[in-house]
Design a protein around this ligand. Structure first.
Ligand SMILES: [Zn+2]
Length: 139
């Protein structure tokens, strides 16, 4: 197999992103990403037992426990939530914690906006999670 042999699974044009289950051209990869973000912000995505509630900006576990994303503005605040859930080890196992980290990463873009290179930034959570707007750049 040579590079660019695969066709985009969405439009049929030559795919630049190959090797995975869903070969894509750059344009369709961008559409996939935008659609995924729209689904995330609409609360249609699940990360293990966690899902996002757009009406109150929380990540909610199937058991009802919720993480308030408006209190995830800094690295320390995000880490505090992770440690909080991890510390409830009678209730939540490693998978619960791992899925929460994945959810926080996808919702907030941890390295891109919060902690990249070990530098702490502050996120405007309501602006970031507003469905109609593009995600703002880091501060
Ligand atoms: Zn395509």
């Amino acid at each position: 197999m040579t590079l660019f042999d695969d066709k985009c699974g969405r439009c049929g044009k030559p795919a630049q992103i190959v090797g995975g289950a869903n070969p894509r051209c750059w344009a369709c990869a961008r559409l996939d990403s935008q659609e995924r973000r729209a689904d995330v912000l609409a609360g249609k995505v699940k990360w293990g037992p966690w899902h996002y509630r757009p009406d109150n900006l929380t990540l909610v576990h199937d058991d009802g426990y919720d993480v308030d994303l408006e209190r995830c503005r800094t690295s320390a605040e995000v880490l505090d939530w992770i440690a909080q859930v991890s510390g409830k080890d009678v209730v939540y196992d490693e998978k619960d914690v791992g899925h929460l980290v994945r959810a926080l990463d996808e919702m907030l873009g941890l390295q891109a906006r919060l902690c990249g290179g070990g530098q702490d930034h502050t996120i405007d959570i309501p602006a970031l999670l507003r469905p109609s707007k593009q995600a703002p750049a880091e501060d």
